[in-house]
Design a protein around this ligand. Structure first.
Ligand SMILES: Nc1ncnc2c1ncn2[C@@H]1O[C@H](COP(=O)(O)OP(=O)(O)O)[C@@H](O)[C@H]1O
Ligand SMILES: [Mg+2]
Length: 209
């Protein structure tokens, strides 16, 4: 069966999901693979006139150079920087997994693979009654877990890997993201990487600036 894509999740918000997703789709494109993107739910969107600007979805669209419409890439957007579950309640706008699934299938039909960026971390709610892990499962996608490289990363990574497996998800790899470009230079990164691989029985890729 054709690889459908990946669901990019994380241990937290603001830890490099968009950064990594953009790097991934650029690398795929350079390798001749046409990657589509999907950011199903984005909160914290700024307003321009009557519209909302989904910054992550726009970055993903630019990196992939896809011609897919923004409303297909990002079907749900909210202004407040809050959990999608709360945004859904406040706005009374229902986040429907079937709609997200339909967007996914439409993008999938015109691309080789689809890179889906979740919202928040793996157990963060992405609708009023379901989590990112449940959405990854619904879309039948393996997950990539982004973990910020800092002291404590081993525990964070292992908890997220465990959470993924409890939900029946395949973990493609853990991305140990080093913002300060220490991925190769700092010996702790290499040591943490080996521990996560050993305890988590998972592939770990260290990336940095
Ligand atoms: N490896 C990295 N090198 C440089 N900047 C990074 C790196 N990873 C993340 N960032 C920056 O950190 C901020 C948060 O990352 P982002 O990808 O938006 O997180 P998330 O999508 O998980 O919320 C962004 O400004 C992003 O550009
Ligand atoms: Mg993001």
């Amino acid at each position: 069966m054709k690889r459908r894509g990946w669901f990019i999740t994380a241990t937290d918000t603001g830890v490099g999901k968009t950064y990594f997703s953009c790097a991934l789709v650029r690398a795929l494109r350079q390798g001749g693979i046409k990657a589509g993107v999907l950011k199903p739910v984005e909160t914290g969107c700024s307003s321009i006139g009557a519209g909302l600007v989904p910054a992550d979805a726009l970055k993903l669209k630019a990196a992939s150079r896809t011609s897919a419409e923004l409303d297909l890439i990002n079907p749900y957007r909210f202004s407040q920087p809050i959990s999608p579950s709360i945004a859904e309640k406040i706005s009374k706008r229902r986040i429907d997994f079937r709609k997200i699934g339909a967007c996914f299938e439409k993008i999938s039909a015109s691309h080789d693979v689809v890179v889906v960026e979740g919202a928040g971390g793996i157990l963060s709610p992405i609708s009023k009654d379901r989590t990112n892990a449940q959405l990854a499962r619904y879309l039948k996608l393996p997950v990539v877990i982004v973990v910020p490289d800092r002291l404590g990363a081993i525990n964070q990574a292992l908890m997220a890997v465990n959470a993924a497996r409890v939900h029946g998800l395949e973990v493609s790899c853990v991305i140990l993201n080093s913002r300060k470009g220490r991925a190769k230079a700092d010996s702790r990164v290499g040591l943490d990487r080996a521990e996560i691989e050993k305890f988590g029985r998972v592939r770990v890729v260290a990336i940095g600036k």
